[in-house]
Design a protein around this ligand. Sequence first.
Ligand code: GLP
Length: 255
Amino acid sequence: MDILIRSTPDGVSLAAADILADYARRGATLGLATGSTPLGTYRELIRRYQAGEVSFADCTAFLLDEYVGLAPEHEQSYHHTIRHEFTSHVDFDDARVFSPDGTADNPWAAAAEYEQAIIDSGGVDIQLLGIGTNGHIGFNEPGAALDGPTHVDTLHPQTISDNSRFFDSAADVPIHVLTQGLGTIKRAGHLLMLATGEGKATAVAALAEGPLTTMCPASVLQSHPRVTVIVDEAAGSKLHNIDYHRFVEANALPR
Ligand code: GLP
């Protein structure tokens, strides 16, 4: 696991954009994430696209997760969010931006179809990830199967509380979600985890230095051969292995 520490959230976004742009230039399949953390990275990739530095015309995207019951046009659906925040601002082919079907009559069947679609595409080359304050990735909450496929999950009260800021009230946050499983995520060729702010420091320390346990789903990154974690100093403040700090402000990234 490479852990890169940057002094600011902007530094995290620039470092992440460097890595993702390299994959985009190769027409890769990108695993995209929603949430606030990757927004700076998306803004930077949009800027580079507008400057003619990168194109997504040959890329495919698979989202990590979706709320059950939100129509694609709902402004809090991840189908809508990823377009609003990123893909519709660059030359991504919209027909190649995939997400689980949150309005399927049978969400369990929709989960299985999504899992198969990822496999049939040849798999995700690089998966962008954020982390929940309780250590979740995608919507794999504590207790998720460490090798599970895309599935229907029930949100932890902490996640409902964290995500209520995007809705009128906590009561409006859907309780059920579709999410790539930890097994799905682990099949990606490269995992790129971003975290910023002090509120993520405990979760970041658990993912990198705690035991590999379903109680911290992000700790499965420890079992993947190619992981890059990029954090700002606040999110990295509870990491104890000071060797990580040699990466602070380094320009050249391990690839
Ligand atoms: C959500 C998403 C995750 C995201 C996490 C953290 O619940 N399903 O994919 O990583 O929250 O979000 P944020 O980046 O806003 O802190």
